[in-house]
Write a protein that binds this ligand. Structure first.
Ligand SMILES: Nc1ccn([C@@H]2O[C@H](COP(=O)(O)OP(=O)(O)OP(=O)(O)O)[C@@H](O)[C@H]2O)c(=O)n1
Ligand SMILES: C[C@](O)(CO)[C@H](O)COP(=O)(O)O
Length: 230
């Protein structure tokens, strides 16, 4: 396996759940746009060769960088769904990234990812069909009715929360995402597309502070977490 991998960074979302006046990946966080923290962490990682950042079609915030920490930064234009954006990012990888090469996919909205978790994912998922960072559910899980009342308690055994990065071979992931796009089947992460294609991605436990910034409350938590690992 190559010593370094390229990373596709889906950053074409609108951040509707955040309810801000700009896409959440450009909101200020500890004095810089949220996306800057994520890209900095990825570009600084010794196992990452370069980045493909997937932008919204009318993204007026992107600063137009082409290198970061001496690593190449390419861009692509995303689509309506996150999976469309990831597929666009895979197409924008350099020709030197073969179909058999592993690539990483990491949400722009996850700025707190730990370098050690990325290493563990790369080392372990390369021994499998690829894999993803995640954490076993540790809280009781409830199924709610429309009124917000608890209907039942769901089993939490063998239930994990999926994070990113997720890591798969370029060719296999591209084919899996193309297949679900053709079927019009929504997938919420790369691993779901790979599962549907018959693969069994390895779940690699990572730190639960690898949060996805989705609502305003997450911004304050992300700021606290970034300060801890500054
Ligand atoms: N069509 C899309 C949708 C999402 N994303 C990216 O995928 C990551 C995770 O998605 P999410 O947290 O859902 O971001 P948004 O789609 O922007 O949020 P919302 O669902 O609240 O609009 C984010 O970095 C987002 O920018 C993307 O590249 N293309
Ligand atoms: C990919 C992901 O971050 C794994 O938890 C998640 O599925 C993204 O979902 P979203 O609804 O696009 O935020």
């Amino acid at each position: 396996m190559s010593a370094t991998l390229w990373c596709v960074v889906p950053a074409a979302g609108r951040g509707t759940r955040m309810g801000a006046d700009c896409p959440k990946q450009y909101l200020p966080l500890a004095g810089r746009p949220l996306i800057a923290h994520t890209l900095e962490r990825l570009a600084a990682h010794p196992r990452i060769a370069g980045l493909v950042v997937v932008l919204g079609a009318k993204d007026e915030h992107w600063p137009g960088i082409t290198t970061l920490r001496g690593k190449p930064v390419r861009t692509a234009i995303g689509g309506a769904e996150r999976s469309d954006s990831v597929l666009a990012g895979l197409h924008a990888l350099p020709s030197g990234v073969d179909d058999a090469d592993f690539v990483l996919v990491h949400d722009a909205a996850r700025p707190c990812v730990r370098a050690t978790d990325i290493v563990r994912l790369i080392e372990r998922a390369a021994q499998a069909d690829g894999g993803l960072l995640g954490a076993p559910l540790r809280d009781t899980l409830k199924r709610a009715d429309e009124g917000g009342c608890s209907l039942a308690t769901e089993p939490r055994e063998q239930r994990w929360r999926a994070f990113t990065p997720q890591m798969f071979r370029r060719g296999e992931l591209t084919a899996a995402l193309r297949a679900v796009a053709l079927d019009g089947r929504p997938v919420s992460d790369e691993a779901m597309a790979m599962e549907l294609a018959g693969f069994r991605p390895l779940l690699v436990e990572g730190a639960e502070d690898n949060i996805k910034v989705t609502t305003a409350a997450d911004l304050a938590l992300a700021e606290f977490l970034l300060a801890r690992t500054a």
